[in-house]
Design a protein around this ligand. Structure first.
Ligand code: IPD
Length: 273
């Protein structure tokens, strides 16, 4: 990172402030009543007025705090076109990760906001909008849940592992993901599908689940939670040496990563539509 690059801790402070304000807006809007306002990739991939309002608010707040940065958001794509002098900072935002939970009132949905400097995620916050639980991390500075340092699970046996995962919105992809699950479920303790990838990564970081994998995640689903996971000591990657990405995200403590990776290769978890 260049000497002129902003410090991860400074970016985290901005991220936390802006994410808290965004979460407050989402909470207020939910209390006022929520409905799906549109669908995106498929009929079950919904977007609410709150997703859009929170994204607009976060973009506006970031523009005030750091005028030269760009923002990649789930709902509006890339905004900000003035390249910063010195290091390039890109913010990666999911205004409400777990939109279906938000719609149904299941208290597991979050604002996820990460700051990337020259292509490397250096700070991230995931804030559960319903409960106020907040996970944060800075590159090299550790991962925290509400101020408590995180270290991931100590489990070493995949057969005893509680494994989180999720499903995409495309029915063909879901079928492939279900087939993978069929091969996995008898070889682990159990699985969890909590409905918000950013929170899943944080739950793996704190050891509330032992490991997590999912195909089809976008940058905004994994940027902040991925940093929380790696800073808690987890290995984050794809299959066969690939980085974590749309083909597959696997997050697991070092002792579980290899066995889970090999099982996911055997089950062709990164394949299919
Ligand atoms: C979704 C959630 C879900 C995961 C999907 C994501 P959204 O994000 O994180 O848990 O399984 O892959 O698309 O649509 O709620 O922002």
């Amino acid at each position: 990172m260049k000497d002129t690059a902003p410090k991860p801790q400074d970016l985290l402070e901005i991220a936390v402030r802006v994410a808290r304000d965004g979460a407050a807006t989402a909470r207020r809007m939910r209390a006022e009543g929520v409905s799906a306002v549109a669908t995106k990739s498929t009929a079950t991939d919904v977007v609410t007025a709150a997703d859009r309002a929170v994204e607009r608010q976060v973009i506006a707040d970031l523009r005030v705090a750091r005028p030269g940065d760009t923002v990649l958001g789930e709902e509006y794509g890339v905004s900000g076109d003035r390249p910063a002098a010195g290091a390039a900072v890109r913010w990666i935002l999911d205004p409400i990760d777990g939109t279906v939970n938000y719609l149904y009132g299941l208290p597991n949905y979050a604002v996820s906001l990460a700051a990337e400097v020259d292509g490397v995620v250096v700070a991230g916050v995931v804030r559960n909008i319903a409960t106020g639980t907040e996970w944060t991390a800075t590159l090299g500075g550790g991962a925290y849940r509400d101020g408590h340092r995180l270290h991931g699970s100590a489990e070493t046996d995949l057969a005893q592992a509680l494994v989180g995962t999720g499903f995409g919105y495309d029915p063909a992809r879901r079928l492939h993901q279900a087939r993978v699950l069929l091969g996995l479920i008898a070889r682990v303790r159990d699985i969890r599908r909590a409905g918000a990838a950013a929170i899943d990564l944080c739950l793996a970081a704190e050891g509330a689940i032992d490991a997590y994998y999912e195909k089809g995640l976008n940058a905004w689903d994994q940027a902040a939670g991925g940093l929380v996971a790696t800073e808690a000591g987890l290995v984050l990657g794809g299959l066969k040496g690939q980085p974590a990405g749309p083909d597959l995200v696997v997050a697991a403590p070092p002792a579980l990563f290899g066995p889970l990776h090999d099982l996911l290769v055997e089950l062709d978890a990164a394949g299919g539509p």
